[in-house]
Design a binder for this molecule. Structure first.
Ligand SMILES: C[S@@+](CC[C@H](N)C(=O)[O-])C[C@H]1O[C@@H](n2cnc3c(N)ncnc32)[C@H](O)[C@@H]1O
Length: 216
């Protein structure tokens, strides 16, 4: 599975950077790829679920930018990257001096993409394939929780917020990169704002207002 997945990630992506986070290199889908705007059915015909891991999503880009600009927020800390995909925010944490970054994603191919991206940036990430919401917050060992562009769907967000509050109640810092797809509660205070390319387009075209939020 891992070998096949690795070949798949390499086949559909190019090692590239996004304008907001030029420090990091990721395996990214190019807009010229037929998969760029494929529907789920079209993707399945190619043997794929939609490759979320092949984009640096706007929320993840803004959060990675914030972490790289505020390295002290993760330096010496254990970080959980939730819904990590290609793990742009996890990579930002690891290159900023986190002692450990665990990337958690429900899609097993995301773990493979995150590992390839870790290698490309000369850092180590740990990966786990899990539906995070099926596990208690307390079952994760971490000091900082990074959430890049996971608030993209209302049903998912409604389940995610109490789970994040459970992390906060355990004393953990919770930081969210929010592309504004779903309204979020006021205890997720806005701490920064960026413009990021539409759905991770590595070729630019800055279109999205993206917020970095911290859970009070
Ligand atoms: C929009 S992508 C964001 C990826 C990355 N954080 C970024 O910003 O580039 C959302 C990711 O969350 C993952 N995901 C969705 N629901 C999840 C869940 N319940 N548990 C773990 N991962 C989940 C998806 O598989 C996908 O990789």
């Amino acid at each position: 599975m891992t070998g096949d997945a690795e070949a798949l990630v390499r086949a559909v992506t190019q090692l590239s950077s996004v304008p907001l986070v030029p420090e990091l290199r990721l395996h990214l889908l190019m807009p010229t790829s037929p998969l760029w705007r494929a529907t789920p059915d079209e993707a399945r015909l190619q043997g794929l679920e939609l490759p979320y891991w092949a984009f640096a999503w706007p929320g993840g880009q803004a959060l990675a930018r914030w972490v790289l600009d505020h390295r002290e927020s993760v330096h010496g800390q254990r970080v959980l990257d939730v819904g990590s995909g290609g793990a742009i925010e996890g990579l930002a944490a690891m290159t900023s001096g986190a002692t450990q970054v665990v990337c958690a994603d429900v899609d097993p191919v995301a773990s493979v993409a995150a590992q390839l991206n870790a290698t490309a940036n000369g850092v180590r990430l740990e990966t786990v394939t899990v539906d995070v919401l099926a596990r208690e917050a307390a079952s994760f060992d971490c000091d900082v929780v990074l959430v890049g562009d996971l608030t993209f769907d209302e049903a998912l967000t409604v389940r995610l917020i109490p789970w994040l509050r459970a992390h906060r109640a355990l004393g953990r810092e919770v930081l969210v990169g929010d592309a504004g797809r779903v309204p979020l509660p006021i205890d997720l205070e806005v701490i920064d704002e960026h413009a990021a390319p539409f759905d991770g387009n590595p070729e630019g075209s800055v279109d999205w207002r993206v917020l970095v939020r911290r859970l009070r």
